[in-house]
Design a protein around this ligand. Structure first.
Ligand SMILES: [Zn+2]
Length: 199
């Protein structure tokens, strides 16, 4: 073994092979492309924000429903603003859900995961995140059915780099269903559950 090169290894980064085109989307321009929905992560469709300032709130403990006052996540920003003289009125700090959907899509070249926030997700779901959540409360497996309904759907999406440098996924800034006769998920589900004899 060449002593000099092994010495070098301590000083400089051991020569790594450059990552092979894994991050081909490094350019900052939004890219528009056609793709097919492979799957969505239906276990995790929402996040909770303050209904006043829309800052992200910690998730309430699972399966607790408002208005069980102890489970209302408190917005520390609005709390500061409303909290005059140490008095805090929890009713003034409501919360709501917004969509945040992880979706695997396939292009002609590859399959990868993108994240879709509220505005884009509403196009596919056809309702607000709160409406979908309420629907799912009375219609078991609605989230899984929503995933199934979207699988195979052809979309034209515009993707951008995440603003947050820590974010891992490209972000869907706009989405357009390509199939003639596409209907939003909530419509499909309503038909589905009606056909099953639901309400
Ligand atoms: Zn707030």
């Amino acid at each position: 073994m060449d002593p000099e090169s092994s010495n070098n290894n301590n000083q400089t980064n051991p020569r790594k092979r450059p990552l092979v085109e894994e991050e081909a989307n490094k350019d900052k321009q939004p890219a528009t492309l056609n793709c097919m929905v492979v799957a969505i992560d239906h276990n995790n469709l929402f996040y909770t924000v303050c209904s006043i300032c829309e800052k992200t709130l910690p998730d309430p403990s699972p399966n607790t429903h408002f208005p069980n006052s102890s489970s209302i996540p408190i917005c520390k920003y609005c709390n500061f603003n409303n909290n005059n003289n140490g008095f805090f009125n929890p009713a003034s700090s409501g919360s709501k859900r917004l969509f945040r959907v992880l979706m695997s899509i396939a292009t002609q070249k590859k399959v990868f995961v993108v994240v879709m926030f509220d505005r884009a997700a509403r196009v596919l779901f056809g309702c607000s995140a709160d409406e979908f959540f309420d629907f799912a409360k009375t219609h078991p497996f609605a989230a899984a059915a929503a995933g199934k309904a979207l699988e195979g759907e052809m979309l034209k999406v515009t993707l951008s780099q995440p603003k947050n440098g820590n974010a891992r996924h490209l972000r869907v800034v706009s989405v357009l269903p390509l199939r003639t006769g596409f209907q939003p998920v909530i419509e499909t589900l309503r038909e589905l559950y009606r056909a099953r004899g639901g309400s």
